[in-house]
Design a protein around this ligand. Structure first.
Ligand SMILES: [Zn+2]
Length: 72
């Protein structure tokens, strides 16, 4: 599960509980300090689907500028 690698952004505790979703993103609550938060985007990049999408855009385009241009 994702909770095994996720850590609290405030106290770095890995004792997180799922706290529902907001705007399609999973929210977590830290059992150590009691704060709720969404995971950083860096964690999203570790998900296979997102990483593949980024790599595919990078490979198809000739750089970031074209990759960004293709989204519009
Ligand atoms: Zn915490």
């Amino acid at each position: 599960m994702i909770t095994q690698t996720a850590k609290c952004r405030y106290c770095q505790s890995d004792k997180l509980i799922e706290a529902g979703q907001q705007s399609g993103q999973q929210r977590f609550k830290c059992k150590n300090c009691g704060r709720a938060f969404q995971l950083d985007y860096s964690y999203e990049a570790h998900k296979p689907g997102v990483k593949e999408k980024i790599e595919r855009i990078a490979h198809n385009g000739n750089g970031i500028r074209e990759a960004l241009h293709a989204q519009y």
